[in-house]
Ligand binder design. Structure first.
Ligand SMILES: Nc1nc2c(c(=O)[nH]1)N[C@H]1C(S)=C(S)[C@@H](COP(=O)(O)OP(=O)(O)OC[C@H]3O[C@@H](n4cnc5c(N)ncnc54)[C@H](O)[C@@H]3O)O[C@H]1N2
Ligand code: MOO
Length: 422
């Protein structure tokens, strides 16, 4: 009779089990990047309503900014050639040049004219002196020379010239871009159709809505509101596919609906290979599935699948792991699919305000924030069910795949939430 021999216990639940192939984060990212393609449909929209949209074609200036040479200040304009060093006293021409009220005469050499900020330079004017540097009695204006030629003026097209590239294809439009498009007379832009992202939660223990009663063995769905809000923050259209129990028929119906209403589906829970992991089982049976064991903490199980041609991200169920996987993998992937290219997170190097020793072989993400002393502090617990740590944090510390001992003051890589699009 053979005796059952258990594997030796390990003190670290995140230690990598033997016999499992671990994919380093960078390799998983590279594979994901190769596997995905942007949506191809485009539409024309009014530039003013295009905030957050991704340009499907280069935007080209229809007009120069500024369209004509003009004054940068309120003051007095004149031809530089007729001035020199020492005190200058120029007779004032009648009238004035103001923004929107061009002066239609010519200013004779050796004369000056009252000019206001934004006014087109009248004929005979190439230089402006600031009113604070002048004295005038209404007939003559006096100032100290010499003045630099073209002082306080703006050249036509000095910002952008007509016909120049204003913003490139693939650029995601933000508030400053709308200002640029308007200034350049670009009333409409060709943009990529908005990416639709379905979010589905599974699990018998999950109660879909926090307003509903929950029994002691049940927990509220934390991942779905988080993932829907992430999608919205990333400028894609969130599609709420709700929560379904661990019932293959219900999960299948939700995936069918997801494939009809969305370009990509995010699920959470059931990404690993446990007895109740119906999502993986279903995708394996009726779609295509790659279950990755990623060499990272948290968030090691990640399932990537195709369901009726629609990519499915099977994120881990633990909310911290779901968040980290979404930030690291889903965000750049959705950006690529939305036509804006693979999005690298913004990382800054800051001194650590903590001590930590990590092993080689996996990348680690700690919930972190910048303290009053400018150092990065990390949340007291690394448990991947500690949702309060995600809310406490303002970013993540990313520790490299290699072994590392962090001491206070050591430089660490901080990924602010804002740089992850939040
Ligand atoms: N024997 C092993 N067990 C586990 C391993 C392992 O390698 N060997 N990995 C652990 C890690 S790490 C994670 S992460 C989880 C991943 O599991 P699944 O993705 O299959 O997710 P579930 O088992 O369904 O759930 C895990 C955990 O998360 C809670 N959950 C699920 N959905 C939600 C939701 N929408 N809102 C809030 N919380 C949710 C669920 O109740 C579980 O507590 O597996 C470990 N186990
Ligand atoms: O690493 Mo699992 O992915 O903690 O929670």
């Amino acid at each position: 009779m053979s005796e059952l021999i258990p594997p030796r216990l390990r003190d670290d639940c995140f230690a990598m089990p033997q016999g499992v192939e671990w994919v380093p984060v960078d390799e998983a990212l590279a594979r994901l990047r190769d596997a995905l393609a942007p949506v191809t449909q485009t539409e024309r929209v009014a530039s003013a309503a295009a905030s957050g949209r991704v340009l499907a074609a280069d935007a080209v200036a229809r007009r120069s900014n500024p369209p004509r040479p003009n004054s940068a200040v309120d003051g007095y304009g004149f031809a530089h050639e007729a001035t020199g060093a020492g005190v200058q006293r120029l007779p004032l021409a009648a009238g004035r040049a103001a923004a929107g009220q061009p002066y239609d005469g010519a200013v004779p050499a050796g004369h000056a004219i009252r000019i206001l900020t934004g006014a087109i330079l009248p004929e005979g004017v190439d230089t402006v002196v600031l009113e604070e540097d002048c004295a005038t009695d209404g007939r003559i204006v006096a100032f100290d020379g010499p003045v630099k030629p073209r002082a306080n003026t703006r050249k036509a097209g000095e910002d952008v010239a007509e016909g120049a590239l204003a913003l490139p294809k693939g650029h995601r439009l933000r508030a400053p871009d709308l200002a640029l498009l308007a200034a350049l007379g670009i009333a409409e832009v060709e943009v990529v159709r908005r990416l639709r992202v379905g979010v589905l939660s599974t699990g018998d223990e999950i109660v879909g809505e926090p307003a509903e009663p929950a029994l002691p063995h049940q927990i509220y769905d934390a991942n779905r509101p988080m993932l829907l809000a992430l999608a919205a923050a990333w400028g894609v259209v969130p599609v709420d596919l709700g929560h379904v129990r661990d019932d293959p028929a219900l999960i299948e119906a939700a995936l069918v609906r997801g494939a009809a209403e969305a370009d990509v589906i995010l699920t959470s829970g059931g990404a690993s290979a446990g007895d109740e992991d119906h999502v993986s089982a279903l995708l394996r049976a009726k779609g295509t599935l790659s279950s990755w064991r990623i060499a990272m903490k948290p968030g090691r199980p990640l399932a990537l699948a195709l369901w009726s041609g629609v990519p499915v991200f099977g994120l881990p169920g633990n909310p911290v792991a779901a968040f980290v996987c979404a930030a690291v993998f889903t965000r750049p992937a959705l950006s690529l699919m939305a036509g804006a290219g693979w999005a690298e997170p913004l990382a800054v190097t800051l001194p650590a305000g903590f001590t930590k020793s990590k092993k080689a072989g996996r990348r680690e993400y700690l919930r972190a924030r910048i303290g009053a002393d400018g150092r990065v502090e990390v949340f007291a617990s690394e448990g991947s069910g500690r949702i309060s740590g995600l809310a406490w944090a303002t970013g993540l510390v990313e520790l490299p795949d290699e072994a590392m001992n962090v001491a206070p003051g050591d430089p660490v890589r901080f990924l602010p939430y804002s740089g992850l699009g939040l």
